[in-house]
Design a binder for this molecule. Structure first.
Ligand code: ARG
Length: 290
């Protein structure tokens, strides 16, 4: 009796489960007859806005660095965010080591680069740059007790530079390619730490970064030494060579934020005052004065 009931129960349950499974399968099967007219097919969802991946070597304050929350922040970041807002672009910043940063454009891992990148003729061979967005120059960092007063004084001294930067370039010109006194570092903060530790006599890097470091690390007891021999440099935002569409968007956005005061606001936030204006553009533009 008991056995019979149990068996019946199991059989019934088995049938029920089989039915459920079949029913479920049936629901998931695509319709055999493709009768649905094309017109009733749901319209394809609009493609999600492309997120432009921005590469930056975030160890170059005040242009790009990571804050305590590991967020990438800085002047360059604010500039690109403002440009993106104008251009209706979505951007996402990805910390990218300077060494190899230009290859990421080539490989399509990054859509654009903002990293206090000096526009140079060599770099223009392999990538495209926006209009310049920042004027810069090399600057020497030394200990306050140092006798270094000009660039030429570094000729026989140990000098720290970040590999692959314009700072490395100028020091290489001064000392020669094979000089054992050029100490190359993968980031500028590492070079500056070595200066603090006494491993090098000077560091050559972009003025904004040196000034920022000297000001924010009083315990390091550094001073900055400038020299008229350093050529003016200009930063640009880089895109893959031939990406004219993105370049045009960025240039338009940059012009827009310069025209409406956003750029000056960002500049003032980081450097305390708006950028010096080019001398008398109105007079230069006027054709009337003869
Ligand atoms: N302006 C220099 C150059 O283009 C240094 C830039 C380094 N930038 C950085 N985020 N580490 O070579």
């Amino acid at each position: 009796m008991t056995t019979y009931t149990t068996r019946r129960f199991l059989q019934t349950a088995g049938l029920l489960i089989a039915g459920l499974v079949l029913g479920a399968c049936g629901k998931q099967e695509p319709p055999k007859t493709a009768e649905a007219p094309a017109a009733s097919a749901p319209a394809p969802a609009p493609a999600p806005a492309k997120v432009h991946v921005v590469g930056t070597d975030a160890a170059y304050a005040p242009f790009e660095s990571q804050n305590e929350k590991a967020e990438i922040v800085g002047f360059d970041i604010d500039v690109v965010k403002a440009i993106a807002a104008k251009a209706g672009m979505e951007v996402k910043f990805v910390n990218t080591p300077w060494e190899g940063i230009f290859n990421t454009l080539q490989q399509g891992d990054r859509d654009l680069l903002v990293s206090a990148i000096t526009i140079t003729p060599e770099r223009q061979q392999s990538m495209d740059f926006t209009a310049p967005y920042f004027d810069a120059q090399q600057l020497i960092a030394v200990k306050q007790s140092s006798k270094v007063a000009k660039f030429d004084d570094l000729k026989k001294l140990k000098v720290g530079v970040q590999t692959g930067t314009t700072g490395e370039e100028v020091v290489t010109k001064l000392q020669g390619k094979n000089s054992p006194n050029i100490k190359r570092f993968e980031s500028t903060p590492l070079a500056l730490k070595e200066l603090e530790a006494g491993g090098v006599d000077a560091v050559v890097a972009d003025n904004g970064v040196v000034i920022n470091y000297v000001a924010n690390n009083p315990a390091a007891k550094f001073k900055a030494v400038s020299d008229k021999a350093f050529q003016p440099e200009q930063y640009g935002i880089a895109v893959k060579k031939g990406n004219t569409e993105l370049l045009a968007k960025l240039n338009k956005g940059l012009a827009d934020i310069k025209a409406d005061g956003t750029y000056d606001q960002i500049y003032t936030k980081y450097f305390g005052a708006p950028p010096a204006k080019a001398a008398a553009p109105a007079a230069a533009a006027s054709p009337a004065s003869k």
